[in-house]
Design a protein around this ligand. Sequence first.
Ligand SMILES: Nc1ncnc2c1ncn2[C@@H]1O[C@H](COP(=O)(O)OP(=O)(O)OP(=O)(O)O)[C@@H](O)[C@H]1O
Length: 271
Amino acid sequence: MSAVEVADVTKVFETKAGRAASTVRALDAVSLTVAEGEFVALIGPSGCGKSTLMRLIADLDEPSAGEVRVFGMPARQARLERAYGIAFQQSGLLPWRTVRANVELPLQLHGASAADRRARADELIELVGLAEFADRHPDQLSGGMQQRVAIARALAEHPRLLLMDEPFGALDEMTRERLQGELLRIRAETGAAVVFVTHSIPEAVFLADRVVVMSPRPGRITDVVTVERAPVASAADDAVRETEAFFRSVTSVREALHGREGAAPRGAEAR
Ligand SMILES: Nc1ncnc2c1ncn2[C@@H]1O[C@H](COP(=O)(O)OP(=O)(O)OP(=O)(O)O)[C@@H](O)[C@H]1O
């Protein structure tokens, strides 16, 4: 079974400017399959529909045509069964709650006992390296630490899928690279599939098994680059970033994104 199956999905938004109504075709016949445990990065120019696609997978909006399935279920059912965790660019933490209380929130909303909540939250806070900060409030943490809390919260209910929309977009480069390594380590521990939106080619290549390249609006999938892995000890190792294999994959994604003279798009299938 696949983690995510997007089949021939089109999304058209109706917009109103004054009295005139118009439509925006954000996604056009997009098909994408993400296997269980697979890490897929979505990359493409601003406005090409990456966030729209994520919102459709998360059932925060509905496709105009086509179908989204998550672990074989309709997107609505997957949301109700809490089959995935979400971390978006703004960490979305509640400022009046401590780190621990933020991580506990989804468990509390879904009726876990106080003792279970606390045990799970402490385990996750440890996993993201914030044990000393469990009783702090978000405004006492750096941006990178806040994102780690958001990731811990997304993992609270043992999701087999993480949906991440530019979660590291607002961070400085060093923090960002450190969190990328941490995300890979966490993913190796949890075995979760990840769909990850980014504007950064090196970030996509470092993290993903496959990089899905989208075209300017209306968003279509124009290329899928399978990342070449260098034979290093661990995928999360920073040394990966200096390997020939890494550079080759970066070049492949860059060419797919910016187009090669005379190269025709390879079609819309992701697999
Ligand atoms: N609720 C909405 N109503 C009308 N148009 C929308 C709505 N949401 C998105 N759009 C339009 O759909 C297109 C795709 O937007 P989306 O946010 O998915 O792009 P994106 O690839 O995530 O962009 P960015 O990289 O800049 O975050 C844009 O033209 C946007 O203006």
